[in-house]
Ligand binder design. Structure first.
Ligand code: AMP
Length: 193
């Protein structure tokens, strides 16, 4: 997060980097991710604990897409205890189901710049800027309708219970995540005040 100079640590990004590197572990993870299922808790915890030991994470961090199961939440709690870093907040980005599905099915990345775009929500100029410069609008392998359906089922079964988990511990913050990126980001910063 630029405002506080702390890293955003996304387990999904790190897993995709492992796939891109061609490692054996990456190949194993790819099948699981392409199907929209969760990679094992132990593997993800290992990735996170190594990442939190890096120098840029010593003044704080935002975990994106982790924890996703109650086991991960309990492991995170132990890890933060060991590091002596209290958890400030667990943020629920609250968005209507229909918008969520459009955000996922419409999501594209510009192959030239890495910019995140969406065929439903980005302006035509933004989309053209990429393609006119010779870039392609690349879709994530797990952003197809069938896999999205499973990802949302997995979310409801395995991740949604964490809402209560963090509510009970007085850590839950809810952000209204309908609307454009700048508005939502503004609301996100507000709940972290
Ligand atoms: P994301 O980029 O957060 O949407 O994650 C993409 C995929 O990576 C998920 O559907 C899972 O297969 C895997 N993944 C990411 N984070 C986790 C996690 N915390 N636990 C298990 N699997 C994860």
């Amino acid at each position: 997060m630029a405002e506080r100079n702390i890293p955003q640590i996304s387990t999904g990004d790190m897993l995709r980097a492992a796939i891109a590197s061609g490692s054996r572990f990456g190949q194993q993870a790819k099948g699981i991710m392409d199907a929209g299922n969760l990679v094992s808790d132990d593997i993800v915890l290992g990735i996170i604990s190594e990442r939190l030991a890096e120098p840029d994470a010593q003044d704080g961090f935002i975990l994106d897409g982790f924890p996703r199961t109650e086991k991960q939440a309990l492991d995170l709690s132990d890890l933060l205890d060991q590091l002596g870093t209290p958890l400030d907040a667990a943020v629920l980005m609250d968005v209507d189901f229909d918008i969520l599905v459009k955000r996922l099915t419409g999501r594209r990345t510009c192959s030239l710049t890495g910019k995140l775009l969406n065929v439903y929500f980005s302006s035509q100029e933004e989309l053209d800027e990429c393609t006119n410069a010779g870039g392609e609008l690349v879709q994530r392998e797990d952003d197809n309708e069938e896999t999205i359906k499973n990802r949302l089922d997995v979310y409801n079964r395995q991740t949604a219970p964490l809402i209560d988990y963090y509510k009970k511990r007085g850590r839950l913050k809810i952000v209204d995540a309908d609307g454009g990126i700048d508005d939502v980001y503004g609301r996100f910063l507000e709940v972290l005040q």
